[in-house]
Design a protein around this ligand. Structure first.
Ligand code: HPA
Length: 277
């Protein structure tokens, strides 16, 4: 058995001491987007702690806990805050939470984040459905393969499930939320990009840039966990406006659009919960 699987099993055992709930949908909440847990019927809140072998998040605006309960009647496991590569963890460590939610029983994953808009057609406050991704940090699958979870060389031709993307579009229409669509690129951070780097990633085909999500989506696909992703465009990326970028701006925008974001996520979770039966 791989060292990583042993570590995951230990963390799962710690979670199982506190709740035996089996989630259907797993949800990862990005910067400033954590308020949706207020709309849940919470059955357990389990902070990430070193004791369980889970890496602990240090970024401001990231709480760092699993919240289990129901949202719109659907059993969900929510990561309120995540850990990032720039915090000094390996990408394999940053995806432990997503792997754990699958091991808890989740059958679908919704990833969310705050991201910089790279596409000139975007503006701060837009919500973007992730069509595909470019991962510019090391793969979370580097190292001994976790055979219990998936194969050594997993296919990545449909990282974001086509049917779930259609579902989120339907949810946006029902919730009355305007939804853009595009390609997300994960860079390492923690510094924001230079104007030249933003021109580069636009040339590469990216529409939004951030410091999370892509590695998590790779780990999800590796496990056969059907995935969908939504970015909150919290700012236009570096060089696209005159203002310097700050984390406060990112959080402020996320807070400003949080009502729309919550409606979209809630409606999507209900529809995806119905889809997977
Ligand atoms: N760049 C990288 N990550 C981000 C940004 C950005 O402009 N905004 C929010 N997360």
């Amino acid at each position: 058995m791989s060292q990583m699987y042993k570590r995951l099993e230990k963390a799962l055992a710690c979670i199982r001491e506190k709740t035996d709930m089996i989630p259907k949908v797993a949800l990862v909440l990005g910067s400033g987007l954590e308020g949706i847990t207020d709309e849940m019927e919470v059955s357990a809140q389990i902070p990430y702690s070193g004791r369980e072998g889970m890496p602990v998040s240090t970024a401001p605006g990231h709480t760092g806990a699993f919240v289990l309960g129901t949202l719109e009647g659907v059993p969900v496991a929510v990561m309120k805050g995540r850990v990032h590569y720039y915090e000094g963890y390996s990408t394999a460590e940053t995806v432990m939470g997503v792997r754990l939610m699958k091991m808890m029983g989740a059958e679908a994953l919704m990833l969310t984040n705050a991201a910089g808009g790279v596409n000139w057609g975007f503006e701060a406050g837009d919500l973007m459905l992730i069509r595909d991704q470019i991962c510019m940090v090391p793969s979370p699958l580097i190292g001994e393969n976790v055979d219990e979870l998936g194969v050594r060389f997993p296919d990545m031709s449909e990282i974001y499930s086509k049917r779930f993307r259609e579902t989120v579009k339907d949810a946006a229409a029902e919730a009355g939320v305007r939804l853009k669509e595009g390609v997300y690129i994960q860079l390492g951070g923690p510094n924001y990009e230079s104007p030249s780097e933003i021109r580069m990633v636009r040339t590469m085909g990216a529409d939004a840039v951030g410091m999370s999500t892509a590695a998590e989506a790779i780990a999800a696909r590796h496990m056969g966990l059907e995935t969908v992703g939504i970015s909150c465009i919290s700012n236009l990326a570096c060089g696209m406006s005159n203002a310097p970028l700050t984390h406060e701006e990112v959080q402020e925008t996320a807070n400003r659009v949080s009502a729309d974001f919550r409606r979209l996520v809630r409606t999507s979770v209900r529809m995806i919960g119905g889809l997977i039966g």
